[in-house]
Design a protein around this ligand. Structure first.
Ligand code: IVH
Length: 699
């Protein structure tokens, strides 16, 4: 690279720059610094033979950076300060990739994808093109070369043509096979592309351990992965939870050096299958073959939410032409292949303006401030309204009316306000004054010392009644069909419903005359209400809206009484002694049953025929084998019917869901399972069980 005399000159120049001897013009000085830094880079990164200390090197680099900052017109793109890819350590040699490691073009919306499809169709001259769509793994890219079935090299991406040899570190990853049976497939030498990632759960654990050891925690899994790949000690690499996912065959030849891509290998999907068969971690379970662009869009939409429950961090999806001959036809630019595109998911954070605050009264009288913001698109949905929780939240975040707020939404999680951008204030922002009276009934609000919440204490507050009734009829409580939120609000406004007990004394003849109500809907409503009278008492307990008492506590409570009125006389310590009930919850139950209004309500309900007795047939949760687990049954069940299935889940402390979602843990399938099974298979966290497996689970 350098002749002997050049070396001598550079050494002298370096010396004089470090010692700051010799006189240079600014331009001269900048030029000399660049030459010398480039020389030391070469010694350090290529030869691994540095001749100056890091201190002196940093000093030279800093001098150049400062001169360039003062004279920005003298910055050139090839200046060492403009180099982004650094991080070669003296131990990693540079190696050329067998095929250049290109990047991907990015797209952000459906139109970009349609545009991409249009171009591909044009090049390949086809009416439709089949694509493979898979997650875009957020890690550090890697290239693995196998020759004669042995792993001979692993390299980082580097500049795309030349990367760093990290074979020893890659060998430390259990997910990288040291040998793989490619020869069985007629392949002599193969280069694979993939991503080294750290699974979300593993990353969390690593950080937890580091925290316990007093070490600095890592910022994100991508940087940790790429940093860890460059560690000098492979033993240390092993502790970083790295895994390699392989998603591309970039080069493959037989023992006569004949190119096998597109001749012997036919589709991207088959390549992934081949890698999977050879023992590699691949996106085979996440990947979807899409018959056209419309199908691609559908699949992308599915992943907008699914990505959050996926165990690996992803910031998008990659859409690839499936057919390898067509890939070849498309070719590449110097930057990216024309047969693939990355689709980036919508951001998790956005900014908007706070325009109003609504104060909502809950069923326990709690007043919650809800921010009304200028509608903003975030992670696939439009957000215009966000809870501000309580007065303290507003104070702590120093939120003012008219502020620019940062909104975050992670997956299906409810959006929340991270903070305000104080820099964007123009002085027109106003302090927020929490109301002192109930926005629904105008009663004075009270705030207990230990609570962050302002409450309306008026038992007749219409807003509370509304929420109480909505809660009472809900699926997890009395499960009353035909009485939805809008009907409840309508009935309250008409004066038919003033509180829970009014549900059982509705003026059906008047309702029948209302617009939109026919005879059939009245009968349906009546039936729903009638059947709620026979519910087990745990449902009644859950429906009453006792603070801190949900389904699971209600079930714990129900086991300890013959009828609900027993709680009226139960000493506080007996309540505290019930398994699963802590002092705060016990106190809340105690207070509820010492409130005359509540007892009156229960007596009224009993009068109307609502069950208040703990009947033998209501026995629930004999054990907790399925505690915290959710189930759904589908297909035609052979060993038990639906009712029995439901009973078995509940007896064992599990919960039954009505549809497939990320909340589902287990799908139990009978014969001829249909769409629910297909849907469940697309969500990696759902485990599919046979009836036998389910029965084995509960013993
Ligand atoms: S295919 C020549 N598939 O994203 C095309 N790349 O931003 C090879 N990446 O350089 C790339 N997941 O490091 C492909 N499923 C996936 C990927 C993926 C992550 C990375 C890859 C690429 C970068 C572009």
């Amino acid at each position: 690279m350098y002749t002997a005399s050049e070396l001598q000159q550079l050494n002298q120049l370096s010396d004089s720059l470090i010692k700051k001897t010799g006189h240079h013009s600014t331009e001269d000085l900048i030029d000399s610094l660049r030459k010398v830094i480039k020389y030391h880079d070469w010694r350090y990164y290529v030869l691994s033979e540095p001749i100056i200390t890091d201190f002196d090197y940093d000093h030279l680099f800093k001098a150049l950076r400062e001169l360039e900052a003062a004279n920005p017109e003298l910055i050139t793109p090839d200046s060492p300060t403009q180099r982004v890819a650094r991080g070669l350590t003296e131990e990693f040699t540079q190696v050329a990739h067998l095929a250049s490691m290109l990047s991907l073009e990015n797209s952000y919306n459906a139109e970009d994808v349609i545009d991409f499809d249009r171009k591909v169709k044009e090049i390949t001259n086809r009416p439709t093109v089949e694509y493979c769509v898979e997650p875009k793994f957020d890690g550090s890219s890697i290239a693995l070369v196998y020759e004669n079935d042995q792993l001979i090299r692993a390299a980082t991406r580097g500049d795309g043509t030349i990367g760093e040899d990290i074979t020893n570190n890659a060998r430390a990853l259990a997910s990288v096979p040291l040998s793989a049976p490619f020869s069985k497939h007629g392949i002599y030498r193969i280069e694979l592309r993939g991503e080294v990632i750290i699974r979300k759960d593993v990353f969390e654990k690593i950080n937890e351990t580091r925290k316990n050891q007093g070490l600095k925690t890592f910022q994100n899994s991508r940087n940790t992965a790429s940093g860890s790949l460059r560690l000098k000690d492979p033993k240390e690499v092993k502790t970083r939870g790295l895994e390699a996912v392989l998603y591309h065959v970039s080069y493959a030849v037989d023992n006569k050096e004949a190119n096998l891509i597109a001749t012997k290998l036919h589709t991207h999907y088959h390549n992934i299958e081949l890698l999977h068969q050879c023992g590699f971690k691949t996106p085979i379970n996440e990947l979807q073959i899409c018959k056209d662009a419309a199908h691609v869009s559908e699949f992308l939409k599915e992943w907008e939410t699914k990505r959050h429950s996926f165990i690996i961090e992803t910031d998008g999806m990659v859409i690839k032409v499936n057919d390898l001959k067509m890939q070849e036809q498309c070719g590449s630019t110097s930057h990216h292949p024309r047969w693939a595109i990355a689709y980036k998911f919508a951001a998790k954070q956005a900014q908007s303006k706070l325009i109003d605050i609504e104060y909502q009264v809950g069923r326990t009288g709690a007043v919650t401030p809800v921010a009304k913001i200028e509608p903003v698109r975030l992670a696939g949905v439009t957000i215009s309204s966000i809870s501000l929780h309580n007065e303290d939240f507003i104070t702590e975040k120093d939120i003012k009316m008219g502020d620019t707020v940062i909104v975050e939404r992670a997956g299906e999680v409810i959006p929340y306000i991270v903070g305000v951008v104080a820099d964007l204030r123009d002085g027109s922002e106003k302090k927020i004054h929490f109301p002192m009276t109930c926005p629904s009934c105008d009663s004075e609000l009270i705030r207990l010392e230990e609570e962050a919440i302002w409450r309306c204490d008026n038992a007749d507050c219409p807003a509370q009644a509304e929420e109480r009734v909505i809660h009472y009829v809900s699926k997890d409580a009395m499960d009353i069909d035909g009485l939805g939120r809008s009907t409840i609000i309508d009935f309250i406004q008409r004066g038919y419903l003033k509180n829970i007990e009014y549900i059982y004394d509705l003026p059906y003849d008047q309702i029948g005359k209302l617009e939109g109500w026919g005879e059939r809907s009245v009968v349906k409503l009546k039936e729903g209400i009638e059947s709620s009278k026979g519910r087990p008492i745990w449902r009644l307990l859950a429906a009453l809206g006792i603070r801190h008492v949900g389904v699971s506590t209600s079930k714990d409570l129900a086991k300890h009484v013959k009828n609900v009125f027993e709680f009226e006389h139960m000493p506080l310590e007996n309540l505290t002694n019930i398994e699963g009930i802590g002092p705060k919850v016990a106190q809340s139950i105690f207070e509820f049953f010492h409130n005359k209004g509540n007892i009156h309500l229960l007596e009224k309900l009993k009068e109307y025929g609502v069950n208040t007795e703990n009947r033998p047939e209501d026995a629930i949760a004999k054990n907790n084998k399925l505690q915290g687990k959710t189930f759904l049954f589908t297909g035609s069940l052979q060993q038990f019917n639906r009712d029995r299935a439901k009973q078995l889940v509940e007896e064992n402390g599990g919960t039954l869901l009505s549809g497939v979602s990320t909340k589902l843990n287990y799908l139990v399938v009978g014969e001829d399972a249909g769409s629910k099974l297909t849907k469940a298979k697309a969500i990696p966290s759902i485990e599919v069980l046979t009836e036998d497996e389910f029965l084995a689970m509960i013993g």
